[in-house]
Design a protein around this ligand. Structure first.
Ligand code: MOS
Length: 748
């Protein structure tokens, strides 16, 4: 068998694919330790008030029930008396599960029933009787808007908007204006794998916690601080994650409650949430954006005014980078933006794929389309006319921006030049056909990350870092990176991820993992090779060609063999032979990649973003108003693409999600009880890949040695930014009707 080194940039299929489709991949709810109990969470049916009494006789009478854990009998935890670390939490006073009798949101856990079987736990949960004292609440976003505020303490990733010129005056003087309120409904997280935790109580009393998370080390930090445990008492594992999209950024209540119960009963415990229970806590905030744009008749933007509000809970300040994107991406002499949050009696809204930009970019790009039409200009030409080569909000150069190229290449692939300007001008039978476009922008981030590379006696290379592969292809691209950096076939590489004991890696999210973990693996592999060459050189008993090669720097590692550059292929040494020459049974290095490495630059000196241009075709049934997305082309400029196959899958998945945002997904609040009511797939509609027959993803060549050590910007979230707007703009082109609310419905 000939083995080849798989290079970065090749469309390699997922190396974890077989494990996933054959059921060998273990997810959080799958380990089954001996004596494990099943925990079922009971949720509050009221939005605000306090628990007056809990009667658990009927619940305890269900055969198999072991305990009903409530705020009255749960063990003590540091979480109940002090502030504690919550990895990617937000400013405020985080909700503390089972802390006391007070109810702050509908769906709040009030008890965990623990039983020998899942069915017994669920049955008993339904029999638990809880009396509540109800206090007035407000769960209506509209009504909360008059209480909007700017939190005193902001999230660490919050970018405050920055004004330029005099936007109000320029707006007043602009001959062409548009103004409107744009709205996005709240959307709930529905990954395939719901939140779940299995806590294994090991023989030595330590906990191994399998959790559905994007950050095993963040969950470990949360648990150690909440339960006053040391790092070696809690190991968190998430080797496989069934999608997350931000729902697994924060440690969720299931993991705390599962560990608390395991501590209380000294038994292994599994807590899984049902699909309905996912609707109690993880949702993208509802948003309004008031946008006013002014322009000259030739389409030159004169003024941009963006005021946005998103919802948060009463106890935490969830903030998004909602209003900045148009100010960054467009050249316009006068611009101002303002952002606030509005509190309501629900759980805190949270991050969902491209938080802030998914909402802010799409709503802003819908307004830009309106402005292009107000100027009687083609929407693509309008954007090119107002194109900025810099981060216009910070007046800062960019590491790269191949958006113009993306616009041109995407337009050509789509056939945009054949588009008639007038709405309602294409039709097929009773279908109106519309073409729309928008651009996308998202951060290109890079965070310090460590990785370990180990060569073992069998000649295999082992890579380890605490990154999470949430379905994005991280295993695969890291194997490609190691293969190229070390010079070894992918088949000889093992990748270990998703374990808090591995070298430090930030929580997966923000599309930063490829750039960050990729750089760490690259660095570790290079340093391991140097270490190997040195050790072999010192070992004395080696062939003349190798002695010579090592001293002349002509020895290379290629396809898993030490050989001489360009010399006889028969003169080569396998990795296991090389290692045995050194007299050691393993060689190991650990390296940390940080900004500044390999010519990358500090975040302070240049701004860094991914960009995209999205083109969409819709068909709208003129009689029924049904909208179908029939074609999407997304041209993405995201620096170096590690693997066009997995990267295109990321972008396609985001485009499907954005189709949900544009046309289907909407969590409907019953203000009287303060609960999102459509908490199931029969009433909360999400599209699938099959709903969009033709999706085309193009990657635009973009070399950017400054953005991250391997020139990677990351993909995934960028596919969400712009796509919903392209769909909305296509609906306008088909129908001549403007919709400023997402999802678009025939009513408004
Ligand atoms: Mo993503 S919302 O950064 O997991």
């Amino acid at each position: 068998m000939t083995l080849h080194s798989a290079k970065i940039g090749q469309p390699v299929s997922r190396i974890d694919g077989i494990a996933k489709v054959t059921g060998q991949a273990r997810y959080a709810a799958e380990p089954h330790p001996a004596g494990m109990l099943y925990g079922f969470i009971v949720n509050s049916p009221i939005a605000r008030g306090r628990i007056e009494a809990i009667r658990d006789e009927a619940a305890r009478a269900v055969p198999g029930v072991v305990e009903v854990m409530t705020h009255l009998n749960r063990p003590h935890s540091a979480l109940f008396e002090k502030s504690y670390m919550d990895g990617l939490g937000v400013p405020g006073s985080p909700y503390r599960p089972l802390h006391d009798a007070e109810i702050s949101f509908n769906g709040q856990p009030v008890a965990v029933v623990l039983a020998e079987t899942f069915e017994a736990a669920r049955e008993a949960a339904m029999r638990l009787e809880v009396d509540y004292e109800r206090w007035p609440h407000n769960a209506d976003f509209e009504a909360s808007l008059h209480q909007k505020y700017m939190p005193g303490k902001t999230r660490s990733n919050y970018v405050p908007p920055k004004s330029r010129g005099n936007a109000a005056e320029a707006y007043a003087l602009s001959p062409i204006k548009i103004e409107g309120r744009y709205h996005l409904a709240p959307e709930h997280h529905n990954p395939m794998e719901m939140h779940a935790t299995t806590v294994i109580v090991e023989e030595d009393g330590t906990f191994t916690v399998w959790d559905k998370t994007q950050g095993p080390q963040a969950v470990q930090a949360y648990l150690t601080s909440a339960l006053s445990l040391s790092k070696d008492q809690v190991r968190v594992r998430n080797p496989y994650v069934g999608g997350a999209f931000g729902s697994g950024l924060r440690a969720q209540h299931n993991v705390f409650l599962a560990v608390l119960a395991a501590k209380m009963l000294n038994r292994s415990v599994r807590v899984t949430l049902t699909r309905q229970q996912m609707f109690t806590h993880v949702f993208r905030p509802e948003a309004v954006m008031d946008i006013a744009l002014g322009a000259q008749p030739d389409g030159t933007l004169q003024s941009m005014i963006v005021n946005g509000v998103t919802d948060t809970s009463r106890f935490e300040h969830n903030m998004e980078n909602l209003v900045i994107w148009g100010l960054i991406n467009y050249k316009c002499p006068n611009a101002t933006a303002d952002y606030k949050v509005a509190p309501r009696d629900t759980y805190t809204s949270s991050d969902m794929r491209a938080p802030g930009a998914a909402t802010g970019v799409n709503l802003f790009e819908m307004a830009i389309d309106e402005m292009a039409y107000a100027c009687n200009m083609d929407p693509l030409d309008f954007r090119l006319h107002n194109y900025s080569d810099i981060d216009a909000m910070h007046d800062m150069p960019l590491t790269s921006k191949a958006l113009k190229e993306a616009m041109h290449e995407g337009a050509e692939r789509f056939g945009w030049q054949n588009r008639p300007m007038a709405p309602q001008s294409m039709r097929d039978g009773k279908d109106l056909i519309g073409w729309g476009m928008a651009t996308g922008i998202w951060d290109a981030m890079f965070s310090p990350t460590s990785a370990r590379a180990t060569l073992t006696a069998d000649g295999r290379l082992h890579i380890a870092t605490a990154a999470s592969d949430i379905g994005t292809g991280t295993y695969t691209i890291l194997a490609q990176t190691a293969s190229e950096a070390f010079g070894i076939p992918m088949e000889m590489i093992d990748i270990e991820l998703g374990d808090s004991t591995l070298p430090e890696c930030p929580t997966e999210g923000g599309s930063w993992t490829a750039a960050s973990a990729g750089a760490a693996v690259w660095l570790a592999c290079q340093s391991l090779r140097e270490k190997l060459f040195k050790a072999v050189g010192k070992s004395g008993n080696i062939s003349a060609w190798l002695t010579e090669g090592l001293s002349n720097n002509t020895t290379v590692l290629k396809d898993g063999f030490l050989q001489d550059k360009g010399a006889d292929e028969n003169l080569r040494l396998s990795l296991s032979e090389a290692l045995s020459l050194t007299g050691q049974d393993r060689l190991e290095v650990e390296e940390t990649a940080k900004p500044g490495l390999r010519g990358t630059i500090s975040q302070m000196r240049k701004a860094r973003f991914t960009h995209s241009a999205v083109f969409c075709e819709v068909r709208v049934d003129e009689e029924l108003g049904i909208v179908r997305v029939t074609r999407l082309v997304n041209a993405v400029a995201a620096g170096r693409i590690m693997n066009p196959k997995t990267a295109a899958s990321q972008v396609r998945g985001a485009m499907v999600m954005a189709t949900g945002m544009a046309l289907h997904e909407e969590s409907l609040m019953d203000e009287r009880v303060g609960r999102f009511m459509n908490h199931n797939f029969s009433e909360y509609h999400i599209p699938a890949h099959a709903d969009i027959p033709d999706m085309d993803v193009l990657f635009i060549a973009e070399e950017d040695p400054e953005v991250s050590p391997l020139g990677i910007k990351g993909v995934g979230e960028i596919g969400m930014c712009g796509t919903a707007a392209a769909i909305a703009n296509a609906v306008f082109h088909a129908t001549g009707q403007r919709h400023r609310n997402l999802p678009i419905t025939p009513g408004d």
